[in-house]
Design a protein around this ligand. Structure first.
Ligand SMILES: [Zn+2]
Length: 217
């Protein structure tokens, strides 16, 4: 007979719930808990109300090199390491706490979320596997995510040397935001003319049909 600890199982379930709430994929839950795939599937559906997305996890390290993901990833890894050094936590607990702090940072500064939980989790695995590492920027001294095999002499980060592409992305974001505002205005405008248009139609009907018929507004 298997002698399973109820407390251990309860902790595993709580961890799985926390991970699902942070947006973790099923593969992450399978890797980080001892719960069966069937139980995790059931739990995922119960917490999220939908089935987990299918397909493989993102496996490319290149994503972490593009401008915005690199800054967000570097911020996350810095928080993760700080927790490891000062709060003496590690593994999935450190990932969960660092990611929660990352989300709080986004909320406080009204920033969009670039790094998903699954990407953050993958980042730690890439670092552990020495596929990725961090190097200090020669200008700001902050540590940034880089490919381990690349040359890093005189490295300057994406914040100290903003690529021209980044500006275009920002312009695109501004344009998208403006378009969204315009679309909102168009929707509001489309809602409003309903009344005058209806009045014209009703007015015409009233002129034709005497005596007047009361039309509900
Ligand atoms: Zn820098």
């Amino acid at each position: 007979m298997r002698n399973k600890s109820v407390v251990t199982e309860a902790r595993q379930i709580q961890l799985a719930i926390d991970l699902v709430n942070l947006g973790a994929r099923l593969q992450v839950l399978e890797a980080e808990t001892n719960l069966s795939r069937e139980r995790l599937l059931k739990l995922y559906k119960e917490v999220k109300g939908v089935s987990p997305p299918k397909g493989m996890l993102p496996f490319s390290t290149d994503w972490f090199m593009s401008w915005q993901p690199n800054i967000h990833s570097s911020l996350f890894i810095d928080t993760y390491r700080y927790l490891g050094e000062h709060a003496k936590i590690s593994g999935i607990e450190a990932i969960v706490k660092a990611y929660t702090l990352y989300l709080e940072h986004l909320q406080v500064n009204s920033l969009e979320c670039v790094l998903s939980f699954t990407r953050a989790w993958s980042l730690i695995r890439f670092l552990d596997a020495k596929m990725l590492t961090t190097v200090p920027c020669t200008e700001c001294r902050g540590h940034f995510v880089v490919h381990t095999m690349d040359l890093h002499k005189g490295y300057v980060c994406g914040l100290c040397n903003v690529p021209s592409r980044a500006g275009k992305t920002r312009q695109a974001a501004v344009a998208a935001a403006a378009a969204a505002v315009e679309a909102d205005a168009a929707i509001s405008a489309a809602m409003q003319p309903q009344a005058p248009l209806a009045n014209v139609v009703i007015g015409a009907a009233q002129r034709k049909a005497q005596p007047r018929v009361r039309v509900p507004a």
